[in-house]
Design a protein around this ligand. Structure first.
Ligand code: C2E
Ligand code: CA
Ligand code: CA
Length: 697
C-alpha cells in the first residue's frame, strides 16, 4: 500500500514536473533557471534566442554573468547571494538589464523578474529569471523626451491653436514671448498676430487643409522689432480629421538684414548668368530679358524701339580656316568695336556664334540705321589678330517696335528676316524689315526643303552664257555655266536664291558636285565633237574647304577626257577672302593640274595684291555693279574700274567685265582695255541648243 502510494505520489510529481516543464518551455517570455553561482541550469527557447543561442542546450551550463551588463550583473549576483530569508520564495525582484542583440550588437532593454524556486535538496537556492521586453516602452519614452527637448531647446516658436482659436500648445521659446501664459484667449491672441499668426490665417489653413506660410513682425521691446516667418499646418487625428492648427515662427530678422548682401550676391550671379563669357555682352537670355523690359516701358507717344540683328559675313570660314582661338579673338574685337561706336546709345548682346544684337530705345528706324551705318563703317577697318590683318564685313537686319511687332520674340524674328534679306542681297549691308519678308521667310523654308529633294533627283540643268571678246563681240571665247533649277511646285528658282541657302545649310558641296558633273558631261561631249571652248563653273568658296573637291574635279576631267585648261573655276572674291587655309592649298593643286581659277565679283571684297598672287588666278571678273555705274559716267566708278584693269594687267590676269547691258558700257570697256565681256547686251545664259546655235553662227 505504502509502495502504491509512493508510486502514485511519484507519478503525480512526475506529472507536475512535466506540466511545469511544458509551461516553462512554451512560455512566450524568455525564462532561465539559475543556480546559486549564476549558472544557467534550464532555459527555454525564447531565452536561447535572446542570448543568441540556436538551442537551449547551448545556453545551459553557461554563467549568466557573462551575458549581462555590469549593473545587472551585480544586482543579479546580490540576489543570488542573499540568504533565502531576504529573497523570500515566490517574491519577485525586478532588475533592468540590457542584452546585446546577437546579430547587430544593439543593446535591448529588458526587465529581469527574479523569483526563488521552492527549495528541494540539491536544487536548493535556484532562481527563476523571466525577461520582460522593455525596449518598446523605452523607445516611446526616448521619443517623447526627444520631442520635448527638441521643442524646448529650439529658438523657433512652436505653437498650436484649437479650432476655436485657443492656444493649446506652446514650446519654451513661444512661452517666453507669451511671458509664461499657458493659455491665450481669442481676444488676447490678437496682440501676438505678428508672432504666432492671426486667427484668419488659421482659418485659411483649415479651409485649405494644407500648410500656408506668412510673414509677421513683432516687437517684444519698443526698440526691438523682429521679422518672423510663420508657417502653419493642419494637425490631424488618427481618422484624418483636423483638430488644431500647428505652427512655427522663425525669427528671420538677421537674414532680412543680410538680405541686401544676399541680394547683391544674387544679382551678381544673375548678371553673370546673363552675360556672354567671351565678349562680356549680354547673352541671349540676358538680352531678351532687357528687350522685354524696354518694350514694356515703351512710351506710346515716343519714337519707338529699334532692334538690330548683326551677322559677320562668312565668319564660319574665318573660324574654320584660322582656328577657333583666332575666331574668338576676332569676335571679342568685333564686340569692342560695337561697344565703342554704339555702346552709349544701344543695349548690345551676343546671340551666339557670330550673331550680335542691339536695341535702341526711343529711336526711329532711320536714326538706328544712321548709327548702324557708322558702325558698319568702323567694322570694315582691318583687325590685327595674331600678326595678320583680317577684314570683316557684316550684314544687319533692322526691325522696329511698334511698327513691325510689339512682342520681343516677334520683333527678333522680324529683325532676323531683315538680316536674311541683307545677306541674300549680297551681304555687307543693312535691310529693314518689311511685310513682304514674311513670305520670304516662308519661301525660304519651302525652297530649302525642295532643294534637298532636288539634290536626290535630277531637276538641275546648266545654261551657258557666252563670254566674248570686248573688241569683237561676235567672237565667242568661252562660256559661263549657270545653274538652273525647275521645281515641280515652285517653278524656276534662281540660283541667287537657292545657292546662298545651300551654303548656309551645308548643302553647297553636294550642289557644286552636281554642277561639276553636269558640266563634265556637256564639256566631254563638246570635246568629243571637236569643240574646244573654255567653260567657267561657279563654285562656292566653302566647297574649297572640302578634301573631296580636288579629287572629284580631277576624276571627272579624266573620265570625260576633258583637257584641264577647258575648265575655269569661278570663286567670288569675298568668298576667297574669308576662306580657310585649305582653300589656297586646294586651289594650288587644281592650278598645278592645269585647271584655271577665275576671281568672280571682283571689287566687292577687299583683297590685297599679295593675297591674290598667292591664289594664282588667271582671270578677274569685274563685278556687275561697277559696270552698271559706268553708264552714269561717274568719275569715281570709272577710276575704280580703271584701277582694277591696271591691277589685272600688272598681275598678268585676263579681265572679264560682267553684266554688260549697254553699248555705252561696252564702248567704255573697249576704250579702257578690258579684254572680255559677258552680258545681256550680247546674250543671257542660253539653253544648250540655243547656245550651240549661237556658236555656229
Ligand atoms: P554670277 O556668278 O555673278 O553670275 C552672273 C549672274 O549675272 C547670272 O545670274 C547671270 O544670269 C547674270 N547676268 C549675266 N549677264 C547679265 C547682265 O547683263 N545683266 C544682269 N542684270 N545680269 C546678268 P544667275 O544665273 O541668276 O546667277 C546668279 C548667281 O548665282 C551667280 O552670280 C553665281 O554667284 C550663282 N550661281 C549661278 N550658278 C551657279 C553654280 O552653278 N554654282 C554656284 N555655286 N553658284 C552659282
Ligand atoms: Ca560667276
Ligand atoms: Ca559674278
Amino acid at each position: 500500500m505504502q509502495n502504491r502510494e509512493l508510486v502514485e505520489a511519484q507519478a503525480v510529481s512526475e506529472r507536475e514536473r512535466r506540466k511545469y516543464l511544458t509551461l516553462f518551455e512554451r512560455l512566450p517570455l524568455p525564462a532561465v533557471v539559475l543556480d546559486r553561482s549564476g549558472v544557467v541550469r534550464e532555459a527555454n527557447e525564447a531565452a536561447a534566442a535572446v542570448f543568441g543561442c540556436s538551442a537551449t542546450e547551448q545556453l545551459c551550463n553557461r554563467s549568466v554573468y557573462r551575458m549581462l551588463d555590469a549593473e545587472a550583473r551585480s544586482r543579479v549576483h546580490a540576489y543570488l547571494a542573499a540568504p533565502p530569508s531576504v529573497t523570500e520564495e515566490g517574491s519577485a525582484t525586478e532588475i533592468p538589464l540590457h542584452v546585446g542583440r546577437p546579430h547587430d550588437g544593439a543593446y535591448l532593454s529588458y526587465s529581469a523578474h527574479l523569483a526563488r524556486l521552492p527549495a528541494c535538496s540539491e536544487e536548493d537556492g535556484r532562481v527563476h529569471m523571466l525577461l520582460v521586453d522593455r525596449h518598446s516602452d523605452d523607445r516611446q519614452e526616448r521619443e517623447g523626451r526627444c520631442r520635448q527637448m527638441l521643442s524646448d531647446s529650439t529658438s523657433t516658436l512652436i505653437h498650436a491653436f484649437d479650432l476655436t482659436g485657443n492656444l493649446i500648445f506652446a514650446n519654451r521659446a513661444a512661452s517666453a514671448y507669451l511671458e509664461g501664459a499657458e493659455t491665450l484667449s481669442v481676444e488676447q491672441r490678437r496682440a501676438f498676430d505678428g508672432l504666432l499668426g492671426s486667427r484668419a490665417l488659421d482659418i485659411e489653413v483649415l479651409i485649405a487643409g494644407k500648410p500656408i506660410s506668412n510673414q509677421g513682425s513683432y516687437a517684444a521691446a519698443p526698440e526691438d522689432r523682429r521679422s518672423f516667418l510663420i508657417q502653419k499646418f493642419p494637425l490631424r487625428d488618427d481618422s484624418g480629421k483636423i483638430f488644431a492648427v500647428g505652427g512655427t515662427s522663425t525669427d528671420v530678422s538677421t537674414l532680412m538684414a543680410g538680405q541686401s548682401d544676399l541680394y547683391a550676391a544674387f544679382s551678381l550671379a544673375k548678371d553673370l548668368a546673363n552675360r556672354d563669357s567671351l565678349t562680356g555682352l549680354a547673352n541671349r537670355p540676358g538680352f531678351v530679358e532687357r528687350l522685354r523690359g524696354a518694350l514694356a516701358g515703351l512710351d506710346p507717344a515716343g519714337k519707338g524701339l529699334a532692334l538690330g540683328f548683326l551677322d559677320i559675313d562668312a565668319f564660319k570660314d574665318i573660324n574654320d580656316g584660322m582656328g577657333h582661338e583666332i575666331g574668338d579673338a576676332i569676335l571679342s574685337a568685333f564686340a569692342r568695336r560695337l561697344e565703342d561706336t554704339m555702346g552709349e546709345r544701344a543695349c548690345l548682346g551676343r546671340f551666339g556664334g557670330d550673331e550680335f544684337l542691339f536695341f535702341i530705345a526711343d529711336s526711329t528706324p532711320e536714326e538706328a540705321e544712321r548709327l548702324l551705318q557708322r558702325t558698319l563703317g568702323d567694322i570694315r577697318s582691318p583687325y590685327e589678330v595674331a600678326g595678320t590683318k583680317v577684314l570683316l564685313t557684316c550684314s544687319a537686319g533692322l526691325s522696329h517696335a511698334p511698327r513691325d511687332a510689339t512682342r520681343a520674340e516677334d520683333l527678333l524674328r522680324a529683325a532676323d528676316m531683315a538680316l536674311y534679306s541683307a545677306k541674300s542681297n549680297g551681304r555687307d549691308r543693312i535691310s529693314h524689315f518689311r511685310e513682304s519678308l514674311r513670305f520670304t521667310s516662308e519661301r525660304r523654308l519651302q525652297v530649302f526643303s525642295a532643294l534637298r529633294k532636288a539634290l536626290c533627283e535630277d531637276s538641275f540643268r546648266l545654261v551657258f552664257q557666252p563670254k566674248f571678246d570686248i573688241s569683237d563681240r561676235r567672237r565667242i571665247v568661252g562660256a559661263e555655266a549657270l545653274l538652273r533649277w525647275r521645281d515641280p511646285q515652285l517653278g524656276e528658282v534662281s540660283p541667287a536664291e537657292f545657292v546662298p541657302l545651300a551654303e548656309a545649310n551645308g548643302l553647297h558641296n553636294a550642289l557644286d558636285l552636281r554642277v561639276l558633273k553636269l558640266f563634265a558631261r556637256q564639256q566631254g561631249e563638246w570635246v568629243r565633237r571637236g569643240l574646244r571652248l573654255p567653260v567657267s563653273v561657279n563654285l562656292s568658296a566653302r566647297s574649297l574647304q572640302s578634301t573631296e573637291l580636288v579629287p572629284s574635279v580631277l576624276a571627272l576631267l579624266d573620265y570625260h577626257d576633258i583637257p584641264p585648261e577647258l575648265l575655269l573655276l569661278e570663286i567670288t572674291e569675298t568668298g576667297l577672302m574669308t576662306c580657310a587655309s585649305e582653300a589656297p592649298r586646294n586651289l594650288a593643286r587644281l592650278a598645278d593640274a592645269g585647271v584655271r581659277i577665275s576671281i568672280d565679283d571682283f571689287g566687292t571684297g577687299y583683297s590685297s595684291l599679295a593675297y591674290l598672287q598667292k591664289l594664282r588666278p588667271s582671270e578677274l571678273k569685274i563685278d556687275r555693279s561697277f559696270i552698271a555705274q559706268l553708264d552714269a559716267r561717274d568719275e569715281a566708278s570709272e577710276r575704280i574700274v580703271r584701277a582694277m584693269l591696271a591691277l589685272a594687267e600688272s598681275l598678268q590676269l585676263s579681265t572679264v567685265a560682267e553684266g554688260i547691258e549697254t553699248e555705252d558700257q561696252l564702248a567704255w570697256l573697249v576704250e579702257n582695255g578690258c579684254e572680255f565681256g559677258q552680258g545681256f547686251l550680247v546674250s543671257p545664259g542660253l539653253e544648250i541648243p540655243a547656245f550651240e546655235a549661237l556658236l555656229s553662227e
